[in-house]
Design a protein around this ligand. Sequence first.
Ligand SMILES: Cc1cc2nc3c(=O)[nH]c(=O)nc-3n(C[C@H](O)[C@H](O)[C@H](O)COP(=O)(O)OP(=O)(O)OC[C@H]3O[C@@H](n4cnc5c(N)ncnc54)[C@H](O)[C@@H]3O)c2cc1C
Length: 599
Amino acid sequence: MAKTFDVSCIVTRVVSDVASGMMPASDAYDVVVIGAGAGGMTAAAVAAAEGLSVLVIEKTEFIGGTTSWSGGMVWIPVNAKMKQASLPDSPSDAANYLASTVPETENADLRDCFLSRGPEAVEYLEANTEVRLQPVKAYPDYYPERPGATAGGRVLEPVTFDGARLGTSFKRLRPPLPEFTVLGGMMVNRLDIPHLRKFGRSFRSTLRAMRLVSQYGLQRLRAPRGTTLHLGNALAARLYASLLARNIEILFGTSVEHLLVEEDAVRGVGIADSSGSKPIVARKGVVLATGGFSHDQNLRERYFPSAAGSVSAASPGGSGDGLRIAIAAGASVGTAVASPAYWVPASRFQRADGSQGVFPHTVTDRAKPGVIAVNSSGKRFVNEAVSYHEFVLAMLRDGNDTTNRSFYLVCDRHFLWTYGLGRIRPFTLRLGRYVRRGELIEAPSIEALADLIGVEKSSLSTTVDKYNAHARMGLDPEFGRGTTIYQRHLGDAGHWPNPCVAPIEQPPFYALGIYPADLGTAIGLRTDCHARVLRKNGTAIAGLYACGNDMGSIMNGNYPGPGITLGPALTFGYIAGRHLAEISSDARPREKGQERRQA
Ligand SMILES: Cc1cc2nc3c(=O)[nH]c(=O)nc-3n(C[C@H](O)[C@H](O)[C@H](O)COP(=O)(O)OP(=O)(O)OC[C@H]3O[C@@H](n4cnc5c(N)ncnc54)[C@H](O)[C@@H]3O)c2cc1C
């Protein structure tokens, strides 16, 4: 049973998170969690709610990992919020949908476990932590034509959070990607985007926009960025607030070097920071939640197809540490996957401060009417409105696994003005700075554009002419763009007759280079239904748990709907926390100096 948590209590005080370069207050805890993203913070919050002492170790100076950059969408079928909102779903529909979108038998037990315990996890988190989720009523599953699909509600989003409630700890929350904020640090939620776009054209929207901006101005008097948090930043902040409210100790800037293993059980971790190294005992267990291996070049080369290249949209901390230290302790990695990662097409650019940016083209532009994607032969190769994961799978197929193939989004000035393209926002008057940097390619005709991007002129012209001939009638016989509710959901509802299709005909014309990138890795540690890490022979390693992207994805690299990494991260983080509380702590700490070190 969870220890009482007064959910009405707002985190107004700052509790001890520990600065980098400092060793933890104790040598022994019930639970040590490695990594402070969605998976790790959920496991920590639940274990603490169950009365266990918890230490969270975070390698970077920030809380939140990729979670804090994400859309924060959490896919949990048959959740209670759907029922409250009268949105239909049932366990059999959810199971049928998963069976049709994740056909492999591998991990089937984990998917069953996810379906049965996901709703329970949401209810528990709402009752015992600061996590608050609400259903996104209109957000179709990604394969709406498959049996058991729903048009919305399986997806939950974090309720807006006031970052000021974190007090001085707000500075520890990893900021969202700058490209997803406006005015140098203001987050905008889904429902307010239309108001900002109608600024000056609708009285109601202008008032709303002015209110948001003045609130932001006031927040900036006291904080380095806006404190009204949405999306993944709100989820990370809510989890962080939950840790602070339970006085959970957090070590920043500290790396776990190895696991302490005795008698085939994990008993703790060896940590290192600028002041040295030290063993920490975990009486009940260690939870690995270091966010997968998006930024480890060796593991990418080992598991990714070569055409995938090296671009990642994930935050920099995820560099395979969890996998490496678990493998050294005898863990096995599940490689029987449809895809080793979750993909997104991304454009690349340099920010004003010199840093390299990666813009993930998830939902903002590809499916809108008046843009097409072409390959290095100047030909379309994909229905541009399919999910970002499917889009990149088509890039990889088209590339036939050859590296450095070029791909472009191609549109005209009307499209760019109306919808924006990548990090270039709608209604951008001066495009010259993007063109001068070579980020955006501009030309007065399609033939000239073809020349600039190194594509056969006649090929690109034929592609655009062929597309335009049908697009004027809202049709796309070649790829069927706009034929499912998911695709139309990402299009422009105000565009008729097809929200995803319009001709490309008003010069100048533009091209933007796109690359396959990952949003997170799908290959990870094999686990059982308690989130315990498994050996090759299928037995569980006592005292070792994994969640988030360190755990092999229960979707096996298939992407059935929005939120299919965070939904399982919260669910299996919760399961790990509860299981740790249920087992007896027979993993007694040995005398100091007797710990066996793993290579
Ligand atoms: C732009 C974008 C949008 C996305 N939107 C969604 C979405 O809406 N829904 C969804 O389900 N998924 C989404 N994803 C994917 C999702 O964000 C990730 O899959 C998820 O956040 C991973 O959670 P995690 O807890 O495993 O890792 P993270 O959130 O990355 O946290 C891992 C933490 O571990 C730390 N760490 C790493 N190594 C160590 C170490 N050795 N010791 C201590 N700490 C360590 C890292 O610094 C990091 O803070 C999106 C991804 C991107 C890039």
